[in-house]
Design a protein around this ligand. Structure first.
Ligand SMILES: *Cc1c(COP(=O)(O)O)cnc(C)c1O
Length: 439
């Protein structure tokens, strides 16, 4: 921290003290305790430390939520991170053809890998899936209409609501069907002259159950081809056909990217940092002419990827193509065996038993895929539930977040729960140390 910033932090801290006194919140003995020079210095030191803790910090994720949006979603494989670092810290062949020395396309190689991975005719990448949706809407339906099912007008957290994105892209939304049932005839009836896009959206973070009906990607693609209207599917999570994930129970029934592509849709969109386990990105794959139309839209330039993300995506795709998807951290965590998790939980509980302020037990628990990658699903897991002699569960969770190692846990049934499913290599040792410091 610079001297100047420290002076500001000190001044703000003293202002806080003054206003507490003025408002009468601090009086009598409590006030006396705050006024000694030691107390004032400590107050300023606390403020300065808390300021330094606001920087982006590495976290030990013991929440059991694998793709935790607040904690940055997918951590990448160390080999992928090394490729990202190299691209970031040096010059690289980002937009240049090495052979000819001429200007080239920044995602030429990525396109090739996307085609290999998904079976699509063409593929491109942008900053995230929200950007991919915006680009698709703007390219095919700006100033016109896009038809979507009422059951799929999803909000993906915060400010990304499908109707709002359409408005922002200057697209008029035509809702068809009902909340629980939409048929292809509904799309057909709405497909007037001014319609530029038939859009299907994965209901990532909710599930409609009971008396339901939705239009399949195949039906939508067929209708689009018959009427000469573009079709797109916002898949959100983007499940590729890898052995590491396709065998998992909780992902059965999830539409895979290559299935959506094979159904004949013009554009299929998905995120890089959800089930794919890559850096943040939005991937768009599909028909050659449709993807090339996206490339020509100036918005593509505005939502393009940076070189580090591109390097990371390339490296991730290469690992998947080499049959190494099971090594990607998110894939490994999602498929981690109950035995492995139970033995980590037992090790953690034994460590806590050796400390005097903790009371803990290993319990059956449920992890979550997270980030709307399989809504309403839980993955059976084990966790250690903890009580502390001096801290309430809320205080303990805070101490864990604010310690030298930043640990995120979850509170359930008035106890702090630590789920080893989401621990990365060496995290267990860090977690044990962090708990030891609170003894
Ligand atoms: C997550 C999600 C998005 C947004 O993806 P980002 O990569 O976070 O921008 C868009 N659509 C669906 C259906 C999603 O699940």
């Amino acid at each position: 921290m610079t001297r100047e910033r420290l002076r500001e932090v000190a001044a703000a801290s003293l202002d806080g003290l003054r206003s507490a006194i003025r408002s009468g919140k601090l009086e009598g003995e409590a006030l006396d305790a705050e006024l000694g020079i030691d107390a004032v210095i400590e107050r300023i030191a606390r403020a300065a430390i808390s300021e330094t803790k606001r920087r982006l910090t590495r976290v030990v994720n013991a929440t059991g939520i694998v793709l935790h949006t607040g904690l940055g979603r997918a951590p990448v494989h160390p080999e992928v991170a090394a490729r990202m670092e190299e691209a970031a810290r040096s010059f690289c062949t980002l937009e240049i053809n090495r052979e000819t020395g001429e200007r080239g396309q920044r995602d030429a190689r990525l396109s090739q890998l996307l085609k290999q991975l998904t079976g699509a005719e063409e593929g491109i990448a942008v900053n995230n899936c929200a950007g991919a949706v915006l680009l698709t809407l703007s390219t095919f339906a700006a100033g016109r209409e896009a038809v979507t099912s009422r059951g799929e007008l999803v909000e993906i957290g915060g400010s990304f609501r499908m109707p709002d994105v359409m408005r922002a892209a200057n697209v008029k939304l035509v809702e068809v069907g009902t909340t629980n049932r939409t048929r292809i005839a509904d799309y057909r009836a709405a497909a007037r002259e001014n319609v530029g896009l038939l859009l299907k959206v994965h209901t990532s973070n909710f599930r409609v159950v009971g008396f339901t009906e939705e239009v399949s990607e195949g039906e939508l693609a067929e209708l689009g081809q018959e009427l000469g209207i573009r079709t797109a599917f916002d898949l959100g999570s983007g499940l590729l056909d890898t052995e590491s994930l396709s065998s998992l129970d909780f992902l059965q029934g999830e539409t895979q990217v290559h299935t959506a592509v094979a159904s004949g849709l013009d554009v299929v969109m998905f995120s890089g940092d959800k089930l794919l386990g890559a850096p943040q990105a939005g991937l768009l794959v599909g028909k050659k002419d449709a993807i090339n139309a996206l490339r020509k839209n100036p918005i593509y330039r505005a939502v393009r990827l940076d070189k580090a993300a591109l390097a990371g995506l390339e490296a991730t795709f290469e690992m998947i193509l080499e049959g190494r998807a099971d090594e990607l951290p998110t894939h490994e965590m999602l498929g981690r065996s109950l035995d492995t998790i139970e033995s980590a939980a037992t090790e953690l509980a034994n460590h806590l038993d050796s400390l005097s302020s903790f009371q803990s037990r290993v319990e059956k628990s449920a992890s979550q895929p997270g980030s709307g990658s399989a809504p309403g699903t839980e993955i059976p897991s084990f966790a250690v539930s903890v009580e502390h002699a001096r801290y309430s569960p809320k205080q303990l969770a805070r101490e864990l977040r604010m310690g030298e190692t930043c640990v995120f846990s979850r509170i359930q049934d008035d106890r702090v729960w630590l789920d080893p499913r989401t621990l990365l290599d060496n995290d267990l040792a860090l977690l044990k140390e962090a708990l030891g410091r609170l003894d």
